[in-house]
Design a protein. Structure first.
Length: 747
C-alpha cells in the first residue's frame, strides 16, 4: 500500500512523457523533416546512379542548401519561398569552388556575400532561411574536395544544381500531399498553446500567491505567433467541408482567447478577499479540466481518432453563481466581491462554452460559421509575394538588419583569417559554419545558440566517432546522413540542441564519405576545436554594432499605442451591432489581431532584453507594467464587445450611443497624447448598479457596460503613462504615429 502512491505517480509521469513524445513525433516539423530526409536520399541517389558518386555528393550539398526555407506552410507561395535559395546557391557554390586557391579573392567573396545574405533579416521569418541557404552554399563548397580543374568545378556545380532542382520539385509535391496533415497540425498546435495558457491561468486563479503574469504574457506571445501560422495554413482555400470545419475551429479558438484574456478582469480584487478563495480554487480547477479536454481533442486530431464527446460539466459552485440574479452592487464605483465573482464565473463559463463548441465542430455535430471563414480567409494570412519595401527601408544606421549584416561580415572575415592561420586550415569551413548558425540578430538568441551549439557538437562528435569506429559500410553511413538531415531539419526551430547534434553527425559522416582516407579521430577532435573557436568569435561579435532592444523599443511601443487606439475605436462602434453582419466585424477582427500582435512583439523584446547587459537594457519594469495594462485594456474592450455582440437584448442601445462615442474619444486622446490626464466622462459616475447579471435574466446591462468603459479609459491613460515613462530614458515620449515599415514587426 505504501508504494501505491509512488507507483501511481510514476505511471502518470511515464504516461505524460509518452504523450509528449507522441505529439512531437506526429508534429508538422517532424513530418517535414522526414520528407527532407527522403528528398535528400532520393536526389543524391538519382544523381549518383546517373553521374557517379562524386556528382551524387555534390547533389547532396545542393539539397542541404535549399532545405532551410522548406518549412510546413500553405501551398500558395511555397515555390516563391524556396526559389531564391535555388537561384542564388549554384552560382555562389561555383564561385567559391573556383576561388578556393586564391585566399584574397575568396575572402572578398565570403565577406561580401555574407553582408548581402544577412540583409535577408529585413524580411523577417521569410528572409532568415534564405540567408542561411546562401551561407551554406559557400561553406559547403569549402567542405567539398578541391576540384582538379575548372571543368571538374563546373561539373560539381551542375550536380549541385541538379540536386537543388530535384529537391525543389520534391518539396513542392510533398507539401501538397501533406497539406491536409499540416491543417490538422495547425489546429492541434493552436489547441496545445491555448491549453498551456489555460493551465497558467488556472494556477493564477487557484493559488492566491501565484505570480504568473510574466508566464502569461510569454504564452500570449507564443499563442499569437502560433495562431498566425495556423491562419496561413487553415485559411488558404477553405473550399471543402473538412477544411471549413478546421478553419471554423481556428476562429473558435480566436474567440476563446478573448474570453481567456477577459478572465483576468477584477482578479486582483477577488484574490484579496479570503471569502472568495474557494470559488477561485474551483474556477482554477475548471480551467485545468478545460485544458485537459482541449489537449485530448488535439491528441485525437493528431492520431486520427474520433474526438470523445464533451462531457465536462460546470462545477455546482459556478452554477450557483450563474443562477443567482439577486446580487446588486450598491456602489457603482466598487461592486462587492460577490458581484465580481459572479461575473468571473460567467466568463469562465464562456470559455467552457467555446470548448464545447470546438469539440462539437471536430465531431461534425455542429457546422462552422462559414460567413466568418469566407470573409476572413484572404485578409488574415501573411503575404507570400516578395517586396522591395523592406530592402529599401534598410539604409539607416540604426536599422537592425543592416547592423547585423555588418556584424556578420566582420565575424566571417575574422573566422576566415583564423581558419587560414590554423595548422588544419584546410578544414576551417567548420569555423565559418559555426559562426553562421550561432550569430543571431540579438544577444539573447546568440547566447542560446552558443550553448546549444557547443553541447550539440560535443555530443554529435562522440556519436559520429562511435559510428566511424564501427567501420560501417558506405551505404549504412549514407542512411545515417539522411536521418541526420531529417532530424536536424525537424528540430531547427523547435529545439536547436537536437539539431546541433544531428548536424554534427551529418557533417562528420559526409566528410568521411567524401574523404575516406582521413583520420576519424582527428576529424572529431578538429570539429570540437573549430566549434569552440567559431562560438567564441560569434559571441564576441554579438557585442559589435549591437542592436540593443532599447533602440527598438520606441517603434514597438508606438506600434502598440497605435494598435490599441484602432482596436478601441472599432470595438466601441455600434455599427456591427446594428448591422448584425459578419462582414461588419471584419475591421474589428483585424484590429484585434494587430493589438495582440503588437503586444506580443513587445513581450518578445522584453524577454530578449533580459539577456543584455544591465547598462543598455530598456526600462523593463515600465514596459512590463505597460504590457499588463495593455492586456487589461484588451480584456475590458473585449468584455464590452462581447456584451454588444452577444447580449444586446439586455442593452438599451439608444442610451449607449453617446457613452460609447465619448469613451472612444477619451481613449483615443489618452493614447495619442503624452501625459494625457483627461477626466472621466460624466456618464461614468452615474449612480446605477454596476452589476452584470447572469445570462437569461432581464437585468439591464447598461450600468455594467458603463463601468467597463470607465475602467477602459483609465487603463488607456495608464498604458500611455507607462509608455512615456519607458521612453523617458531615450529622451523623447512615445509617438503613436506611423511606425517605420519593417521595423516594428521585426522585418
Amino acid at each position: 500500500m505504501l508504494g501505491a502512491g509512488p507507483r501511481a505517480q510514476g505511471r502518470r509521469h511515464l504516461k505524460h512523457y509518452f504523450r509528449a513524445a507522441l505529439r512531437v513525433l506526429l508534429s508538422a516539423q517532424v513530418a517535414n523533416g522526414a520528407t527532407a530526409a527522403i528528398g535528400l536520399l532520393l536526389a543524391s541517389a538519382i544523381v549518383h546512379l546517373i553521374l557517379g558518386p562524386v556528382a551524387g555528393a555534390a547533389a547532396t550539398t545542393g539539397v542541404i542548401v535549399v532545405t532551410p526555407p522548406d518549412q510546413p506552410g500553405p501551398r500558395k507561395g511555397k515555390l516563391g519561398s524556396m526559389l531564391p535559395a535555388a537561384l542564388v546557391g549554384p552560382p555562389l557554390f561555383l564561385a567559391t569552388t573556383l576561388l578556393r586557391e586564391d585566399w584574397l579573392l575568396l575572402s572578398v567573396l565570403l565577406v561580401g556575400a555574407t553582408f548581402i545574405a544577412f540583409l535577408g533579416a529585413a524580411w523577417g521569418k521569410r528572409g532568415l532561411p534564405i540567408s542561411v541557404s546562401v551561407m551554406f552554399a559557400m561553406v559547403f563548397a569549402l567542405a567539398a574536395p578541391p576540384p582538379a580543374d575548372e571543368a571538374s568545378a563546373l561539373q560539381s556545380a551542375l550536380a549541385f544544381t541538379l540536386g537543388a532542382v530535384l529537391y525543389l520539385a520534391w518539396s513542392l509535391l510533398a507539401n501538397a500531399v501533406l497539406n491536409p496533415r499540416f491543417r490538422l497540425n495547425a489546429v492541434a498546435d493552436s489547441l496545445y498553446a491555448v491549453a498551456r495558457l489555460m493551465r497558467t491561468q488556472g494556477r493564477q486563479l487557484a493559488e492566491p500567491t501565484a505570480d504568473v503574469l510574466g508566464s502569461l504574457m510569454k504564452q500570449q506571445a507564443a499563442l499569437a505567433d502560433q495562431l498566425q501560422s495556423a491562419r496561413n495554413v487553415l485559411l488558404e482555400s477553405p473550399d471543402r467541408p473538412q477544411r471549413q470545419r478546421l478553419a471554423g475551429m481556428l476562429m473558435q479558438v480566436l474567440d476563446m482567447r478573448d474570453h481567456l484574456v477577459a478572465c483576468a478582469l477584477d482578479l486582483d480584487a477577488l484574490r484579496q478577499q479570503p471569502a472568495q478563495q474557494p470559488l477561485l480554487a474551483v474556477l482554477g480547477g475548471e480551467m485545468r479540466a478545460l485544458a485537459e479536454a482541449l489537449e485530448a481533442l488535439a491528441d485525437a486530431l493528431l492520431t486520427g481518432r474520433p474526438p470523445a464527446p464533451f462531457t465536462l460539466e460546470r462545477p455546482p459552485q459556478v452554477l450557483g453563481y450563474a443562477d443567482d440574479a439577486a446580487l446588486v452592487a450598491p456602489d457603482p464605483q466598487a461592486p462587492p466581491p460577490d458581484v465580481l465573482a459572479a461575473a468571473l464565473a460567467r466568463r469562465v463559463g464562456y470559455v467552457h462554452d467555446e470548448a464545447a463548441r470546438l469539440v462539437a465542430l471536430a465531431r461534425g455535430e455542429r457546422e462552422p460559421d462559414l460567413d466568418v471563414v469566407r470573409v476572413a480567409w484572404q485578409l488574415f494570412v501573411s503575404p507570400t509575394a516578395w517586396s522591395w519595401r523592406p530592402f529599401l527601408s534598410l539604409w539607416r544606421w540604426d536599422a537592425p538588419p543592416l547592423r547585423h549584416a555588418l556584424r556578420a561580415s566582420l565575424a566571417i572575415a575574422t573566422g576566415q583569417a583564423v581558419g587560414l592561420a590554423l595548422p588544419w586550415g584546410s578544414h576551417g569551413y567548420w569555423i565559418l559554419l559555426t559562426i553562421v548558425v550561432v550569430l543571431r540578430g540579438s544577444l539573447s538568441q546568440t547566447l542560446e545558440r552558443r550553448n546549444s551549439r557547443v553541447a550539440g557538437t560535443l555530443l554529435g562528435s562522440a556519436l559520429a566517432g562511435f559510428l566511424l569506429y564501427l567501420h560501417l559500410p558506405a551505404a549504412a553511413l549514407l542512411l545515417v546522413v539522411g536521418l541526420g538531415q531529417g532530424v536536424a531539419h525537424a528540430f531547427a526551430i523547435r529545439r536547436y540542441l537536437v539539431t546541433a547534434v544531428a548536424a554534427t553527425v551529418l557533417a562528420l559522416l559526409q566528410a568521411h564519405l567524401l574523404n575516406p582516407g582521413g583520420s576519424p579521430v582527428f576529424d572529431v577532435a578538429e570539429r570540437v576545436g573549430d566549434t569552440l573557436i567559431g562560438v567564441l568569435i560569434a559571441w564576441l561579435f554579438s557585442y559589435v554594432l549591437p542592436s540593443w532592444e532599447r533602440h527598438q523599443a520606441g517603434a514597438l511601443v508606438a506600434r502598440a499605442l497605435k494598435a490599441q487606439a484602432r482596436h478601441a475605436e472599432l470595438a466601441l462602434q455600434l455599427g456591427t451591432v446594428a448591422a448584425g453582419d459578419t462582414r461588419a466585424e471584419l475591421g474589428w477582427r483585424l484590429a484585434r489581431r494587430e493589438a495582440y500582435d503588437s503586444l506580443s512583439a513587445l513581450v518578445q523584446a522584453v524577454q530578449r532584453a533580459l539577456s543584455e547587459p544591465r547598462a543598455v537594457r530598456p526600462a523593463l519594469q515600465e514596459l512590463e507594467r505597460m504590457l499588463g495594462h495593455g492586456y487589461q485594456l484588451l480584456a475590458q474592450l473585449t468584455a464590452v464587445k462581447t456584451m454588444l455582440l452577444r447580449r444586446r437584448d439586455h442593452l438599451d442601445i439608444a442610451q449607449l450611443q453617446a457613452p460609447l462615442r465619448e469613451a472612444a474619444g477619451a481613449i483615443a486622446q489618452a493614447l495619442a497624447q503624452p501625459g494625457s490626464t483627461q477626466a472621466a466622462p460624466a456618464w461614468s459616475a452615474e449612480q446605477q448598479p454596476m452589476f452584470e447579471p447572469p445570462a437569461g435574466t432581464a437585468q439591464d446591462l447598461n450600468p455594467w457596460l458603463l463601468r467597463r468603459l470607465r475602467l477602459a479609459t483609465g487603463l488607456a491613460q495608464a498604458f500611455r503613462l507607462e509608455a512615456d515613462q519607458a521612453m523617458a530614458r531615450r529622451g523623447a515620449p512615445a509617438d503613436a504615429g506611423a511606425v517605420p515599415a519593417g521595423r516594428a514587426a521585426g522585418g
